[in-house]
Design a protein around this ligand. Structure first.
Ligand SMILES: NC(=O)c1ccc[n+]([C@@H]2O[C@H](COP(=O)([O-])OP(=O)(O)OC[C@H]3O[C@@H](n4cnc5c(N)ncnc54)[C@H](OP(=O)(O)O)[C@@H]3O)[C@@H](O)[C@H]2O)c1
Length: 341
């Protein structure tokens, strides 16, 4: 038996995530059986998608809701193998898997976790940090890359607007889009984030969505319209994109975080998709595991030569995970939000 700790849900947020929604409990883990490994987790992920599962029913088709009173399952995490009989996963190997928000996990080697994207995987940490596999070399990089792929945005040479641009996915989309030769317009929620996007990530224009109606800020930042929109926000942001979109523009519907803690609001101008011949394409990174190797090769090379930055908002200790989630949802973090265990 291994003494471990795990977070479980005590009550669902109403509407905002607070620490008392969760409970940190001791768990006596059984020794791993055949086809299983024991992992000591070192980094765990904090994602907006967790908020979609902190309710009695998750959105149809999405990862399942977290049941009350049971350790939370289906959260990206990285760790080191402490016990294994599997020759492909020796003791000491750094891996990712799906049993985050806990100190230790017994993982089934063959489990197709989280649509297959979080299946136990050995990670090459000779040149990259373990936690980069929770960011640019993991699900965040895959989401950024797949989103550009599904709207035919990997060729470059167009104008793209990226919302939630200073966050985990958005900051990667901005940089990859610049490297591909797009003109990049970015939006975020504070002046400091806007400065970072302009000065450090080198986007062409940026604005704070809190400075006035989004559609007006977007028109000023993209006077010739937008050809692509990478949407992490939904609501008024998606409405603005429909207004400012050029004919035949394409929109990657990645997320709608403005609706995660309230009744969804729209868009109210969807007919513009018809009148302008737009494409709105919903997608999930986990549906594009086939792009993982290609993404890791390209983003890994850009990370290695310094042309891609990976910023992290690090919280220390498993106990900080609920605070990290609340801070990230409220816009108080920059880059990829992670917990060091
Ligand atoms: N489709 C997929 O497979 C997939 C995978 C991962 C993530 N996602 C989605 O992608 C989006 C970004 O995720 P992430 O992991 O990169 O998170 P993130 O951007 O690191 O953090 C979320 C950010 O959203 C912004 N935000 C919160 N409320 C907002 C509001 N009302 N209006 C505008 N912005 C708001 C905040 O930044 P500001 O300070 O800038 O407001 C916050 O920092 C989310 O919608 C998420 O659900 C989708």
């Amino acid at each position: 038996m291994v003494d471990s700790h795990a977070w479980q849900v005590r009550q669902y947020p109403d509407p905002h995530v607070t620490e008392d929604c969760f409970e940190l409990i001791p768990v006596a883990l059984p020794d791993p059986g055949p086809g299983q490994v024991l992992v000591r987790n070192t980094w765990t992920s904090v994602d907006p998608g967790l908020r979609l599962r902190l309710r009695p029913d998750a959105p149809s088709g999405y990862f399942a809701a977290f049941p009350l009173g049971r350790p939370m399952d289906g959260i990206f995490t990285v760790g080191e193998i402490e016990h294994s009989d599997d020759p492909d996963f020796g003791v000491g190997t750094t891996v990712w898997h799906s049993q985050g928000w806990r100190t230790h996990s017994v993982v089934d080697v063959a489990e197709e976790a989280m649509n297959g994207v979080a299946r136990l995987r050995a990670l090459d940490v000779s040149a990259m940090t373990p936690q980069s596999y929770l960011g640019p070399l993991g699900a965040m990089g895959l989401t950024a890359y797949a989103g550009l792929h599904v709207v035919d945005g990997l060729s470059g040479g167009e104008t793209i607007w990226v919302s939630a641009a200073a966050g985990a996915v958005g900051s990667l989309v901005c940089q990859v889009a610049k490297l591909l030769g797009h003109r990049v317009v970015a939006s975020a929620g504070t002046d400091d984030k806007v400065r970072w996007l302009l000065d450090d990530l080198g986007v062409d224009a940026a604005f704070s969505w809190r400075d006035g109606p989004v559609v007006e800020s977007l028109r000023r930042a993209a006077p010739d319209g937008i050809d692509l929109y990478f949407d992490g926000v939904g609501g008024d942001h998606l409405e603005a994109a429909l207004e400012v979109a050029n004919p035949f523009a394409r929109i990657a519907l990645c997320g709608a975080i403005s609706d995660y803690e309230r009744e969804p609001t729209g868009p109210r101008n969807l007919f513009l998709a018809t009148s302008k011949n737009l494409t709105l394409r919903g997608f999930r990174g986990s549906a594009h595991v086939s792009l993982l190797d290609e993404m890791q090769t390209r983003l890994g090379a850009w990370l290695a030569d310094g042309s891609l930055q990976s910023r992290e908002a690090v919280f220390d200790g498993l106990a900080s995970a609920p605070t990290a989630l609340a801070d990230m949802l409220a816009g108080r973090t920059v880059g990829k939000t992670i917990v060091r265990l």
